[in-house]
Design a protein around this ligand. Structure first.
Ligand SMILES: [Zn+2]
Ligand SMILES: [Zn+2]
Length: 360
């Protein structure tokens, strides 16, 4: 039997033609064989990230392996381990970080395995979790068996890395939000945004949650959003300034990017930190650099998540400090419906695929 081939087959979601809408189908392909440092994971849940939508629609192409199986928000159960795997065994419940990681380079050893020197994106440069099984490096997997309980099930665990850990990284490690600071979260009703609201709230911030979906107003307040601003076509910075006695916000956690940049920038206080977490349009923005200088502002990027933050997110969920918001689950066969819901920004929180037969 050739390397990487297995006589067992599984169902996997494939992108036959990118577009809006894309042509998607479920095909039977061989179950992957884990390499010596990999584990074969039976996928129980895989979140449908905006990243996946950008690839499906053809907006994001760079670094995408041809024919790759998408999906990087993976939870599942280890079914088989490679000969050199030492920390995982069959039956362990795991979630993956967003990239594969060698576990040996300087960054991996420094706790920055999400920026591994040889790392490629899971569900981007190598196959991801929109399939019944995925083979992943041991070092990209975090064991969560002990954290599963009534508030954290196998499906909601798929959100622990992205978007929950990603939100924690931006709020805690990058923005370094301090108690009492005012924090604006844009795209607050989206999968990343609802968890960014919670992450900022958990750090003691006053959160101004910005959403363009009137139907989501009222759903964000219980998550910690103190003021909910419905932007529509309006410039929300006027409202932020009005709510902060013209000071502006100490931090803007921006999950939307260029379409909201003018408002996000104008919302920022002196010494403010603008943390960019998402870019939905891929377009340049215009700014006079003097404005950054004289505002003593910091413009920061944040993506990915380390294993430590995934573990922190799991602990926070167990203690009731954060809540994974799964909007709806879908079978792989219903991916086109899920795409159209996400494209219309309908869901509050995350859509999650449940690839196992009989789930959904
Ligand atoms: Zn994601
Ligand atoms: Zn590495």
């Amino acid at each position: 039997m050739p390397q990487g081939y297995n006589c067992r087959v599984m169902r996997a979601l494939t992108v036959d033609q990118p577009g809006r809408p894309p042509k998607l189908s479920v095909k039977e392909i061989p179950v992957p064989v884990p390499g010596p440092e990999e584990a074969l994971v039976r996928v129980e849940g895989c979140g449908f990230c905006h990243h996946d939508m950008l690839v499906m629609s053809g907006t994001l192409r760079r670094g995408v392996a041809p024919g790759v199986i998408l999906g990087h928000e993976i939870s599942g159960v280890v079914e088989q381990t490679g000969s050199q795997v030492t920390t995982l065994k069959p039956g362990d419940s795991v979630v993956s970080i967003l990239t594969d990681a060698c576990g040996k380079c300087g960054r991996c050893l420094a706790g920055q395995e999400h920026r591994c020197r040889s790392g490629v994106g899971i569900g981007h440069g190598r196959n991801g979790g929109f399939a019944e099984y995925v083979a992943l490096p041991e070092f990209s997997l975090v064991r969560v068996s002990d954290q599963l309980n009534d508030s954290l099930g196998m499906i909601s665990a798929s959100l622990l890395a992205c978007p929950m850990g990603v939100a924690l990284q931006a709020a805690q490690s990058v923005a370094q939000i301090q108690p009492g600071e005012t924090v604006v979260v844009t795209g607050a009703g989206g999968g990343l945004g609802v968890h960014a609201v919670q992450a900022a709230t958990s750090l003691g911030a006053r959160v101004l949650a910005v959403t363009s979906s009137p139907e989501k107003l009222g759903s964000l307040a219980p998550l910690g959003g103190e003021e909910i601003l419905h932007t529509g076509e309006l410039d929300f910075s006027e409202m932020v300034l009005a709510l902060t006695e013209d000071e502006g916000a100490a931090v803007v956690l921006d999950t939307v990017g260029s379409p909201l940049f003018p408002s996000s920038w104008r919302s920022l206080a002196q010494f403010g930190r603008l943390v960019l977490m998402g870019e939905v349009a891929g377009r340049p923005v215009e700014i006079n650099l003097a404005e950054i200088i004289f505002r003593d502002a910091r413009v920061l990027g944040s993506s990915g998540v380390s294993r430590a933050l995934v573990q922190q997110a799991a602990g926070m969920v167990s203690r009731g400090e954060m809540d994974p918001i799964v909007s709806q689950t879908f079978r792989l066969e219903d991916a086109e419906t899920a795409f159209s819901l996400l494209a219309r920004r309908q869901p509050l929180g995350r859509l999650v695929f449940t690839p196992q037969p009989g789930a959904g």
